[in-house]
Design a protein around this ligand. Structure first.
Ligand code: ADP
Ligand code: MG
Length: 253
């Protein structure tokens, strides 16, 4: 997609759980070549929103459009085919398997056939192409020296980057990252931010759902701030940072 084109658009998305309004008419969009951060305190409704924009759950009201088509609920294995790559709040890697195997799983998803069948090497030509693609993505994210290491032997920050490589192996236009900085040390956050900047320069659209306001301030092009399910601010990092409602929300005012 051309830089600046809208990849994902949420239009007045509302989600109710019984009497609780977890998201109240939330609108936002993510464009190709930008990093958009969705931030807010715990319980603000970030994960609820993430589930709807990733097709895990349906809104009660409102609409999510992906590449200008209505988003519908879909099984996780169809992510890649829709142009979406995602990571999870808690690392989901096969710890005993190599970095290469883990990233190859993402490429299998793109191949749109059962990865179990591919793992059994029913088609060696395709298997070789998938492994080559996985290696390419591992180099792209700067983990070439760890390609054969068991995933669990890597530091948490590197494991998060392996998950990003796995998502990239599906050739997404849009990356959805759920709290990628959570639990990372300072230098790991820096490395992650650098990688995301690189991917943005390569033209990806990136939505980062994040609790860590400091992490997104130097990284995001635009920030949407949620509190109690409602958008209380949207704008550049400088605009959002200067917004009194945001300061209140974060300082518990
Ligand atoms: P965040 O990710 O910003 O911490 P969540 O989206 O997880 O916030 O939660 C927003 C609100 O919705 C919270 O009050 C939470 O308890 C509630 N909530 C989230 N998921 C469910 C669910 N499946 N059923 C009922 N309530 C939920
Ligand atoms: Mg959450």
């Amino acid at each position: 997609p051309a830089s600046g084109s809208v990849l994902l658009a949420a239009d007045r998305v509302t989600k109710r759980f019984g009497g609780l309004v977890a998201n109240d008419a939330v609108s936002m969009n993510v464009k190709a070549g930008e990093i958009h951060a969705l931030i807010g305190p715990n319980g603000a409704g970030k994960s609820t929103f993430f589930n709807m924009i990733s097709g895990v759950d349906d809104p009660t009201e409102g609409e999510v459009r992906l590449m200008d088509r209505p988003m519908q609920r879909h099984p996780a294995r169809e992510f890649a085919a829709l142009g979406l790559g995602r990571t999870f709040q808690h690392v989901r890697l096969l710890g005993q398997r190599s970095v290469l195997d883990n990233v190859a799983l993402g490429a299998h998803l793109r191949a749109r056939r059962g990865w179990v069948a591919s793992m059994l090497r029913l088609d060696r030509g395709e298997e070789a192409a998938i492994v080559a693609e996985a290696r390419r993505q591992i180099e792209r994210v700067g983990l070439a020296e760890h390609v054969d290491a068991p995933a669990s032997s890597l530091a948490l920050g590197q494991q998060r980057i392996v998950e990003i490589a796995r998502a990239l192996a599906g050739q997404p236009a849009l990356l959805l990252l759920d709290e990628p900085a959570a639990g990372l040390r300072h230098l790991e956050k820096r490395a992650l931010a650098q990688l995301l900047s690189q991917l943005r320069a390569e033209g990806l659209g990136i939505l980062v759902v994040e609790h860590d306001m400091e992490f997104v301030m130097n990284l995001a092009d635009r920030i949407t701030v949620l509190e109690f399910g409602t958008v209380i601010a949207e704008g550049t990092p400088a605009e959002v940072q200067a917004n009194p409602r945001v300061l209140d929300a974060y300082l518990g005012g």
